[in-house]
Design a protein around this ligand. Structure first.
Ligand code: B12
Length: 216
């Protein structure tokens, strides 16, 4: 079965409110040899995007969207444990949503990809106040801060956090990602102080391997 078929089956199961079937689709895909990262990026993420689209079109209500997200999140928890992980290589990342952002799964996926590539990851989830993030970054001095933003309404939080991180010394490398950054908006993230804008967690780890190589 192709990834497209797995994605369609997974989405159908979410929409049918059938968590056992959704889990079964993922298990079958794993048994077929589908790599865990492909399940993250080509099955779970696009299925949720479609759920969001149907919600925006008025075809699903908030309860149905929440249910689909909750199933996907619990499946992601299980998949995360099956992601092949490299030995920690000494690089430290902080991964979080920007202030005001409630969407959690994108940042979670980014953290998992970094860990799989050898990074130690401080995964903060969404909703950390900017001041507390700055204090953590000053204390831990991570090599990287990866920020996730999905909603246009959260842009004030983006400006606050990028501005504050830029004033820290030493200043960490800052990557902005998430759905809000499109071809036409990515320049805003760079103007506000991000060092790099990326959407694809797989591309991010490849880029960082060159930009911030493991020490030694
Ligand atoms: C689930 C969901 C919610 C849940 C989130 C629960 C949770 N615990 O995460 C809840 C109910 C809280 C929610 C709330 C809202 N939501 Co909502 N939500 C979604 C939905 C359906 C799925 C999000 C998701 O998890 N996707 C799967 C993840 C894996 O995808 P992702 O976040 O895009 O991440 C991928 C990439 O973007 C990337 N990435 C993400 N971050 C980063 C960071 C870095 C550094 C890198 C490299 C990559 C990267 O990697 C991921 C893998 O590919 C989306 C639909 C969609 N299009 O995604 C809408 C969506 C994001 N929500 C939307 C909206 C409008 C809202 C609300 C404003 C609704 C409201 N009126 O209250 C609020 C906003 C709350 C807030 N302030 O943040 C809109 C955003 C539109 C916009 N651009 O502004 C969307 C697109 C729905 C739509 N079609 O309109 N939502």
């Amino acid at each position: 079965m192709s990834l497209d078929e797995h994605r369609t089956d997974f989405l159908d199961a979410l929409l049918a409110r059938d968590s056992a079937r959704a889990r079964g689709v993922v298990e079958a895909a794993l048994e077929n040899g589908t790599p865990v990262p492909d399940l993250y990026l080509s099955v779970l993420a696009p299925a949720l995007r479609e759920v969001g689209h149907r919600w925006a079109m008025g075809e699903l209500n908030v309860a149905e969207e929440h249910y689909a997200t909750a199933i996907a999140q619990s499946i992601l928890d299980g998949l995360s444990r099956r992601l092949p992980r490299a030995e920690r290589d000494g690089r430290l990342a902080v991964v979080t949503g920007t202030p005001g952002e409630q969407h959690a799964l994108g940042a979670r996926m980014v953290g998992d990809f970094l860990e799989a590539d050898g990074w130690e990851v401080i995964q903060l989830g969404p909703g950390v106040p900017a001041e507390d993030l700055f204090a953590l970054v000053e204390r831990e001095q991570p090599d990287l801060v990866a920020l996730s933003t999905a909603t246009a309404g959260a842009l004030d939080g983006v400006a606050e956090v990028l501005g504050g991180l830029a004033r820290l010394s030493p200043r960490p490398f800052v990557v902005a990602g998430g759905q809000v950054w499109t071809a036409s908006t990515r320049s805003t993230a760079l103007e506000l102080g991000a060092d790099h804008v990326e959407q694809d967690p797989r591309q991010l780890v490849a880029y960082l391997y060159e930009r911030i190589p493991p020490p030694g």
